[in-house]
Write a protein of this length. Structure first.
Length: 118
């Protein structure tokens, strides 16, 4: 199984980025997908999640109203649209896949770095 995240980069505060995560080696539509992030010196934290069909999402309070998670099951890809970015959004962003029957995410991507300058 591989989860390949991309789309990170350097952006000014107030700007936008769109992250993508393409999965291979699994039946993508059978997995809930999540986005997490880890800032320097901090623990990894939950950002957003989307259910298998894409009609239910949830977000961390810190990103609600600014970030949108979506998925394209035909392309085995999950997206994270990030708007109104703040310097505190600077982190490595990871995508992850979770089977319905499990409590933890089963597979993780390698991460993509997002840097927001003030």
């Amino acid at each position: 199984v591989q989860l390949q995240a991309s789309g990170g980069g350097l952006v000014q505060a107030g700007g936008s980025l769109r992250l993508s995560c393409t999965a291979s080696g699994l039946t993508f539509g059978m997995y809930r997908m999540g986005w997490f992030r880890q800032a320097p010196g901090k623990e990894r934290e939950f950002v957003a999640t989307i259910n298998r069909s894409g009609d239910s999402t949830d977000y961390a309070d810190s990103v609600k109203g600014r970030f949108t998670v979506s998925r394209d099951n035909a392309k085995n890809t999950v997206f994270l649209q990030m708007n109104s970015l703040k310097p505190e959004d600077t982190a490595i962003y990871y995508c992850a896949a979770k089977q319905v029957a499990t409590t933890r995410y089963n597979y993780w991507g390698q991460g993509t770095l997002v840097t927001v300058s003030s």
